[in-house]
Ligand binder design. Structure first.
Ligand SMILES: [Zn+2]
Length: 358
């Protein structure tokens, strides 16, 4: 394991080994805990979204994502789906099956009940474990009444098609959730174009959504719109894996962002080697997703050298602690002073205990 240590860290290891104390006395560890902006303390977030459920999605996209343990969002036009089994399998792998209406209409003068509510009901009936959280606007067309409908009907976000600009790659608390931007991957998009977006979001710390349509191969004909060859698609996914970015479904990334904005961590009780915390959000979230909490070790405060020295439980259930790692020049480097675990907001006390033995 490649662990990066500071000069100070190396110089003081010996004295700490003698003292054997995890924490200096009278020291609250609250100031050493934080909620990173993205899961696993990644530098930015990437959602891969695929529209219209075209032939390349089940036959090329799903297996290629599975090979790389990635999940994505499939925006389906429910009226066009003949066989729901491949979508059921995709959902079972963790992919999001999201709402893209029943017939892909322009939004003017349509019945939201017939086009949007009916599509949601169909998805949730065909795939019982799939809850519909997000919508993708057909043609990227948004109206005030449609936006209001989605807000009032419990959606957490809707994806548009506007191309992100420089500012959109920077982390911000004020994303317009009901017309989030997306970088369209087109036939002519080069690998350099694709990678340039990843570099921008890794540097800016924000969220990037890619929008795909057709993905084809020599044997799979899929030429409805903006078709991308399977060989290029594989190169894009392999490129993505080299970045310090959290890749998840569109809904999960948006839900995390919303929770992060509303979350706070407070000390409930503090004793010499055990602290009790509460992770709360200022508004309740239905089906909250786990949030990463980071502990930064400090030689002058609470100090640990190894993840086994931190025992964390929530509601008496043990939460695995791991060291934060970053990818640099194709190598995974573990940071010497940052440790993370996942907890669920509003779901009971979090107990952090320091144990001396490694
Ligand atoms: Zn579409």
């Amino acid at each position: 394991m490649n662990i990066r240590k500071s000069a100070l860290e190396i110089a003081t290891t010996i004295s700490l080994a003698i003292s054997m104390l995890a924490c200096n006395s009278n020291n609250s560890i609250e100031q050493q805990l934080s909620i990173p902006q993205w899961k696993d303390a990644q530098k930015g977030a990437v959602a891969l979204t695929f529209d219209d459920w075209t032939p390349g999605h089940p036959s090329i996209v799903v297996p290629e994502l599975q090979n790389r343990k990635m999940v994505a969002t499939f925006n389906v036009i429910t009226g066009n789906v003949g066989d729901w089994e491949p979508l059921r399998q995709a959902a079972a792998l963790g992919h999001e099956v999201a709402n893209h209406s029943v017939t892909h209409p322009h939004p003017y003068g349509i019945s939201f009940n017939d086009e949007i509510e009916a599509a949601k009901r169909k998805i949730e009936a065909e795939i019982p474990q799939q809850k519909v959280f997000t919508y993708a606007y057909p043609y990227g067309e948004v109206t005030d009444s449609l936006r209001r409908y989605l807000v009032e009907n419990g959606y957490c976000a809707a994806r548009g098609v506007k191309t992100p600009e420089t500012d959109d790659f920077v982390y911000s608390d004020s994303i317009d959730y009901f017309d989030t931007k997306a970088y369209s991957v087109m036939t002519e998009t080069t690998l350099n174009d694709f990678a340039a977006q990843l570099t921008k979001v890794e540097q800016g710390g924000g969220m990037l959504t890619y929008l795909y349509h057709s993905v084809y191969s020599d044997s799979v004909k899929d030429f409805s719109y903006a078709w991308v060859k399977d060989t290029m698609f594989r190169q894009q996914l392999d490129t993505l894996m080299h970045y310090n970015l959290w890749v998840d479904t569109y809904a999960n990334i948006i839900r995390y962002h919303r929770q992060h904005k509303a979350a706070k961590l407070e000390t409930v009780k503090s004793t010499s080697n055990t602290d009790v915390f509460r992770l709360t959000t200022d508004q309740p979230f239905e089906n909250p997703i786990p949030m990463t909490i980071m502990f930064t070790s400090d030689l002058n405060k609470c100090h640990i050298e190894h993840e086994s020295q931190l025992k964390v439980t929530q509601n008496e259930k043990r939460l695995p602690v791991k060291r934060v790692s970053i990818k640099e020049n194709g190598e995974q480097i573990f940071l010497y002073d940052q440790f993370i675990f996942d907890a669920i907001p509003n779901a009971g006390d979090i107990v952090v205990e320091f144990v001396n033995s490694k």
